[in-house]
Design a protein around this ligand. Structure first.
Ligand SMILES: [Zn+2]
Ligand SMILES: [Zn+2]
Length: 155
């Protein structure tokens, strides 16, 4: 079992955050925005409840963009080192996409599926049995259920 709160921060340590509520799900996102933002093949967002998230050191900078699905999104990042910490939506949908790699303890961060596979890099392979959607999932319920089945957090 993973103990709450979760803590993490940016590469240089100026920006630190705390997550006080159990995450909702973890997946990989292969959208073109994530490829640009992270400079790699995909991102590994940890979906968390907005009300359980707070910065405990530093003040984030904010950038806005339009997602591949056409939603208005914002990103919080460290103005000193540039690390992207989390993304949210405007208007709020109640959850944030925390960049999984910014957590202090990433040992439990295991994606249950892959989204936006239509823009995945050609060398990426998807393990059998893992959830996949070509674009934005119409319904995240299977992802949430698969994450709960991992049993990482007390419910
Ligand atoms: Zn930093
Ligand atoms: Zn993405």
């Amino acid at each position: 079992m993973v103990t709450l709160p979760l803590e993490g921060g940016c590469q240089c340590g100026a920006l630190r955050y705390r997550v006080s509520l159990a995450p909702v799900m973890v997946y990989n996102c292969h959208c073109t925005n994530c490829q640009k933002i992270g400079g790699g093949g995909f991102s590994t967002p940890v979906t968390i409840l907005e009300q359980g998230f707070s910065f405990v050191a530093g003040t984030p900078q904010k950038v806005e963009c339009t997602s591949d699905a056409g939603n208005r999104r914002f990103g919080w990042f460290c103005g000193a080192c540039g690390s992207r910490i989390a993304h949210g939506q405007t208007p709020s949908i109640g959850v944030l996409s925390l960049r999984g790699g910014t957590l202090d303890d990433t040992s439990w961060v295991e994606p249950v599926g892959d989204i936006w596979t239509r823009s995945a890099q050609p060398w990426v392979t998807f393990p059998p049995g893992r959830l996949t959607t070509e674009q934005q999932p119409a319904d995240y319920a299977p992802f949430v259920a698969a994450f709960q089945a991992q049993g990482r957090f007390a419910s």
